[in-house]
Design a protein around this ligand. Structure first.
Ligand code: GUN
Ligand code: FE
Length: 448
């Protein structure tokens, strides 16, 4: 099929492109076969042919096509916990809320409706690619992977590994490392064997929860699997003073060094948070071409700290956004993009207004809405090494339509005086689930 749509995307970090009446041809495999801007010399001919063949869908004015959003860090089983317990520090939050909840997923009857709801909710919010932490339970995590497949969401799904009996509660801890690794191997195999998953719409992810929850042996064994099978890996990295100090005390290293030495880093690893990084850490992440999942709001709650987003963007490290359900309450990556901008502004101006100007914070720490949009789309896709995130020939057609010409939600646009940049900024600030009218993954209409 083919689409004609007012289109936004951000092929280059720091810039956006707006193509009015952009033509996109989608092939039978769901990839973008060709695109034409309205000033292209063949535009009129191509358009006429598509109309004659009855293949062209023309989006209404006030509807905007853009790449689907990428969520690099979402804890699917924590969905019932979204919006509660955030007054607690990370350690207490995990022990009191998270571990008891995640432990319930051994019960598939408990898991099924929640996993249904969280995957649908993310899709309905425009998230076409999601990187999920599940629980330690293999069967429930396979169920999550199957549901993503059934729904048509591009998903990266991890069965959590956590076996450090000193840090994990006895009821939610893998007591036998051999059995845990057998489970992980079976999980990888079973996800790749899901019927219809030949093109790997759903991928297994090696998922050590974070340094404190794993024994060194577990980290090394998981690293071997990352290397051997060239798998994605996700974990929490340097997310709080407590986690950073734990690594220093127990290993004499930073989280990044620990993960690198265990063989866990490669060109498609997702390091969630990563806020207390040293310069060597950043160089190492770049050398491995690993990526960062920036979760701005949960950093503020659990680390009382802000990421050096400006510096990391400038360093060229791969970076995208995560919702961190339920370390932050919103399933929307537009919200994460908005929070990433606010987060950077707090650093710039400093939070303590009693200090005088020049002492308050870091000059030029702000990031722009356009940079946040890039992280939400092309940046996130680059972290995953995925051929998505930009609406150009040869990429998979993962895209959404934002509708702004009605009275739904809070998004209002006045085309006479809102420029394309204004419209994009308004979408990031104001778009809600109600404004997400269409969602395609791999060319397939998946919004139901
Ligand atoms: N660190 C270890 N586990 C978790 C988790 O579930 N959520 C967050 N935000 N941080 C973690
Ligand atoms: Fe997390």
């Amino acid at each position: 099929f083919a689409l004609q749509a007012d289109t936004f995307h951000a092929p280059v970090k720091g810039q956006f492109a707006f193509h009015p009446d952009f033509l996109l041809l989608i092939n039978i495999d769901g990839d973008i076969a060709a695109t034409y801007t309205s000033d292209h010399p063949h535009y009129a001919d191509v358009r006429q042919t598509l109309v004659a063949q009855d293949k062209l869908k023309v989006l209404e004015k006030g509807q905007y096509l853009m790449p689907g959003l990428v969520d690099l860090h979402c804890h699917a089983p924590q969905w019932p916990q979204a919006g509660k317990g955030l007054d607690l520090p990370l350690y207490d939050w995990l022990q009191n809320y998270t571990f008891p909840l995640e432990n319930r997923y051994q019960d598939l009857a408990f898991a099924a409706p929640i996993y249904q709801d969280v995957t649908r909710t993310l899709l309905a919010n425009g998230t076409t690619s999601a990187v999920y932490f599940a629980s330690i339970d293999r069967a429930a995590t396979e169920l999550l992977a199957q549901q993503c497949m059934d729904l048509g969401q591009r998903a990266y799904v991890g069965k959590i590994n956590m076996d450090n009996t000193e840090q994990c509660p006895p009821y939610y801890c893998e007591q036998n490392i051999t059995a845990a690794l057998d489970d992980t191997d079976a999980f990888i195999h079973n996800v790749l064997a899901i019927k219809g998953n030949e093109n790997r719409l759903v991928q297994p992810v090696i998922t050590p929860r974070f340094v404190p929850s794993c024994t060194p042996d577990m980290l090394n064994q998981l690293g071997k699997r990352v290397q051997q099978y060239d798998l994605h890996m996700q974990t929490h990295c340097s997310e709080s003073d407590w986690a950073r100090d734990y690594a220093k005390q127990h290993y004499g290293k930073t989280d990044v060094q620990i993960y690198a030495d265990a063989g866990l880093l490669n060109h498609k690893s997702v390091l969630a948070h990563s806020i207390f990084l040293t310069e060597e850490d950043v160089s190492m992440i770049k050398a491995y071409r690993a990526g960062i999942g920036h979760c701005p709001l949960s950093n503020m709650f659990f680390a009382n700290a802000a990421m050096q987003t400006r510096e990391l963007l400038d360093s060229g490290v791969q970076i995208g956004l995560g919702s961190d359900i339920a370390g932050a309450p919103s399933p929307s990556i537009f919200r994460a993009a908005f929070d990433a901008v606010s987060h950077s502004r707090v650093r710039e101006e400093g939070v303590d207004v009693r200090l005088s100007a020049g002492q308050r914070g870091t000059a030029n720490a702000r990031i722009s809405f356009v940079e946040a949009f890039w992280m939400a789309t092309a940046g996130g896709a680059s972290v995953l090494d995925a051929n998505t995130g930009i609406l150009e020939t040869g990429r998979h057609f993962d895209a959404i339509v934002i509708e702004a010409n009605t009275t739904i939600g809070n998004l209002r646009i006045w085309p006479e005086f809102d420029t394309p940049r204004d419209i994009l900024e308004k979408i990031i600030c104001l778009a809600q689930k109600e404004n997400v009218k269409r969602v395609w993954v791999q060319g397939k209409d998946v919004l139901r």
